[in-house]
Design a protein around this ligand. Structure first.
Ligand SMILES: CC[C@@H](C(=O)O)C(=O)SCCNC(=O)CCNC(=O)[C@H](O)C(C)(C)COP(=O)(O)OP(=O)(O)OC[C@H]1O[C@@H](n2cnc3c(N)ncnc32)[C@H](O)[C@@H]1OP(=O)(O)O
Ligand SMILES: [Co+2]
Length: 134
């Protein structure tokens, strides 16, 4: 069911500072910031060749990453995103296996304009999982 690793996401308290670290210190190409109010985050993507790193900063009230950053004020690894061929089939299979699909269970368009879903970290070895339609 799982395809390639699309991205690893890191929640950060200061997106401009994290961008500068990846671009200037680590020498990686970093995209322009993208505000995604429907997801409560602003993101940039770092191109690391074989996959991407997504840097996430909270946006607006009730951001889904606010509690995570309160517990990890310096930031930290927030989720991994795997591609799937058929996100609805993947969702139904996971639900049948007892995994918790977050939100209302319906895919939303993610940062790449493709449908995404999130799976509860307690069902996946303490790691929040994002699925993205490939
Ligand atoms: C830009 C769009 C998109 C893309 O295309 O790439 C994105 O990536 S958007 C990214 C942000 N969006 C989301 O994260 C949406 C899904 N997330 C959620 O619904 C919530 O964040 C959550 C996972 C349900 C957590 O909710 P929260 O209120 O922060 O905490 P809880 O108290 O309910 O947490 C329960 C439990 O889980 C632990 N936890 C929370 N977040 C993580 C995490 N990222 N990784 C690992 N574990 C996590 C939390 O610590 C609690 O554990 P205990 O303390 O042991 O109870
Ligand atoms: Co993501």
């Amino acid at each position: 069911m799982l395809g390639r690793l699309n991205h690893v996401a890191i929640a950060v308290p200061d997106l401009a500072a994290a961008t500068a670290t990846y671009r200037d210190t680590l020498g990686a190409p970093v995209s322009a910031p993208q505000a995604l109010p429907e997801h409560g985050v602003t993101v940039v993507f770092v191109d690391v060749g074989n996959t991407k790193v997504e840097l996430l900063e909270p946006l607006g009230e009730g951001s889904p990453i606010a509690a995570f950053l309160a517990k990890n004020p310096s930031g930290g690894m927030h989720h991994v995103c795997y591609e799937v061929d058929d996100i609805l089939a993947a969702r139904d299979r996971l639900k049948a296996a007892g995994a918790r699909v977050l939100g209302d269970g319906e895919p939303k368009l993610g940062a790449h304009g493709k449908p995404v879903l999130f799976l509860h970290p307690k069902d996946f070895s303490g790691t929040l999982v994002e699925l993205e339609q490939s």
